[in-house]
Ligand binder design. Structure first.
Ligand code: FES
Length: 574
């Protein structure tokens, strides 16, 4: 009878659906009885409650513009799950919107990962669809799935469309930064910057350039957690809803034919993803996130290896912030299938994706490609990869520079440091007319790393001092222990590890010191006598720890940038 629950079904092949993960009262049958009666209060038939369960991670939030379409995506996922014979159950988790959080969204990525992992493992479900999009949500969900290791499909909200405006196209947020820099330089009026504010993000979806959200969607495809071709579909395209419906159906298929994250996120797929990151000219932030995701499976991402891959991987994608196009152009140009086809000789084609297919099976035929946005290997945007790591006495454990978005003339620089002790100091002095600074100096920001209350914000794109900007200076060497937006550009050294607040040498740099950067030699050195450095080290004191709460947990647990800034307690041991 449809209304008679078969209490023995869970004994045939183990608990499934609602019978999984019962509350522990010391009487499992009672716990299940109680769960069923409460589930019935929601009006489900017994036949529905007997189905395998697909959990759907709901990150819709009135604070998260990039996730505006999540309700319609959930509806489409549910269609797919129901049609395939499953019971879809959506549940909320922390939702992180890049511009909506103080001190910054990165401070809460691990909270979202912890929340998601806990709900994936605590609630009854046989598989999951993870709906994310904005910068930190997809990494958090992939970290969670890697640790929970239940079959899961990543679904992204998709990029926004660029807006035609007075003869050009605008989209968040490379154009935001371009116009803001011109405004600071006095070349754009107050009225015009206000007008442009309403034209930068005019549709639902994530930032429309190859920023962090887009890079992470592409890396999720490269890893195999998103079915190939689905990561770059624009947020408002009908195909995005069809991809959601497919994700629901695929999650049900994964219940009987499981391909777990541990089978997808492997050393080989992580290296494929690193290659893709370099070929995209992708976001520096994605390196931290990929390191954290891999770390959940005990896989180390080495910056030395990154340098090797960077020397042998060309930038092939011509999108902002390094090139010209927008994400809708990338998708129409062939998207990830076209890019992976171009890179196939340097990829491990044995990697399986969430559909169970290998990359080799996926890349049988040359796909359509528009060479305006996805170049051939013989005609790359740049013959070498977008990112390189630098090492030296300023950064013993490494630092990152996005050379594809930098000024080559500044790659080999020895100059005087102009140092800011933290974000408040930066805000107070950067535009001070009496600031002793020239275009040849190196701007240094310290005490903005993951251990600080600032939480490693995207402040590494230090503004050009107003007096220099007005004089026409467009780029300077800037370095810090924090991050920059994936949509930003400039000769900017980031993620210096160890950070100043962890006692790293960056914390000992003072204004007037000389620093030498060599992208060619992969070096970043402080040219100060070691005895002077030791004197400064003896006088150095750590920041006081936050008194309580999440801030305290972060201060006690967060790892450095070269380890993905995960919490130590959340990494896989061994
Ligand atoms: Fe959400 Fe850019 S602010 S993706």
């Amino acid at each position: 009878m449809a209304d008679q629950h078969d209490v023995n079904q869970e004994n045939r092949g183990g608990p499934r659906g609602l019978a999984r993960n019962t509350a522990n009262y010391g009487d499992r049958d009672f716990a299940l009885y109680l769960r069923r009666s409460f589930a019935k209060s929601m009006g489900y038939s017994q036949a529905m409650l007997d189905r395998p369960v697909v959990g759907i991670v709901d990150t819709g939030s009135d604070y998260n513009n990039c996730h505006r379409t999540v309700p319609s995506l959930i509806e489409a996922v549910k269609r797919g799950v129901l049609a395939a014979g499953g019971l879809p159950l959506a549940f909320p988790t922390v939702s992180l919107c890049e511009p909506s959080l103080h001190p910054c969204s990165m401070h809460y990525r691990n909270l979202a990962a912890l929340d998601t992992e806990a709900m994936l493992t605590a609630q009854p479900m046989d598989a999951a669809v993870l709906i994310g999009g904005c910068d930190k949500t997809v990494p958090a969900q992939l970290m969670a799935a890697a640790s929970a290791d239940i079959p899961a499909v990543q679904l992204v909200t998709g990029p926004m469309l660029a807006t035609p405006f007075q003869g050009e196209r605008l989209s968040a947020c490379t154009d935001c930064r371009r116009y803001w820099a011109q405004y600071r330089a006095g070349n754009v009026s107050q009225e015009r910057i206000g007008e442009i504010e309403g034209r930068l993000a005019t549709t639902a979806g994530t930032c429309g350039v190859m920023g962090t959200a887009s890079t992470m969607a592409c890396l999720a495809e490269a890893l195999g957690m998103i079915p190939l071709g689905n990561g770059s579909i624009p947020a408002v395209h009908a195909d995005r809803l069809r991809a959601a419906e497919d994700a629901g159906a695929l999650a049900v298929k994964l219940i009987s034919e499981p391909v777990r994250p541990s089978e997808i996120i492997t050393p080989a797929s992580v290296e494929n993803a690193l290659r893709v990151l370099l070929a995209l000219g992708g976001s520096t932030n994605a390196l931290i996130h990929l390191t954290a995701i891999a770390g959940r499976r005990g896989i180390k991402v080495s910056l030395e290896r990154l340098n090797h891959l960077s020397d042998t991987t060309p930038v092939l994608v011509d999108l902002k912030p390094t090139g010209e196009g927008y994400m809708e152009d990338f998708h129409a140009a062939g998207g990830m299938p076209a890019l992976l086809w171009e890179l196939r000789d340097s990829l491990d084609l044995g990697c399986r994706d969430v559909t169970g297919a290998t990359l080799d099976q996926r890349l049988k035929q040359p796909p359509f490609v528009d060479r305006r946005y996805i170049r051939a290997r013989e005609q790359p945007v740049s013959p070498v990869g977008g990112l390189v790591a630098l090492f030296g006495s300023v950064a013993p454990r490494g630092a990152i520079v996005k050379r594809s978005a930098a000024t080559p003339a500044l790659f080999e620089t020895e100059a005087r440091a102009v140092v800011f002790d933290g974000l408040e100091d930066l805000a107070r002095r950067i535009d001070d007319p009496v600031l002793d600074v020239s275009a040849q100096d190196i701007l240094v920001l310290k005490n903005a790393g993951p251990l600080t209350p600032a939480g490693m914000p995207e402040a590494g794109y230090l503004p050009i001092p107003a007096k220099l900007a007005r004089a026409g200076v467009k780029d300077m060497v800037r370095m810090s222990d924090c991050r920059m937006s994936g949509t930003a550009f400039g000769t900017i050294v980031l993620h210096i590890a160890p950070e100043a607040a962890a006692g790293g040498p960056l914390g000992l740099v003072q204004s007037g010191d000389r620093i030498r950067m060599s992208v060619k030699e992969r070096r970043l050195d402080l040219l100060v006598d070691p005895s002077e450095i030791e004197k400064r080290r003896a006088a150095w004191a750590p920041l006081p720890r936050p008194a309580r709460g999440w801030d305290r947990i972060v201060a006690e647990q967060v790892l450095q940038a070269d380890e993905g800034c995960d919490l130590a307690v959340l990494r896989q041991n061994g």
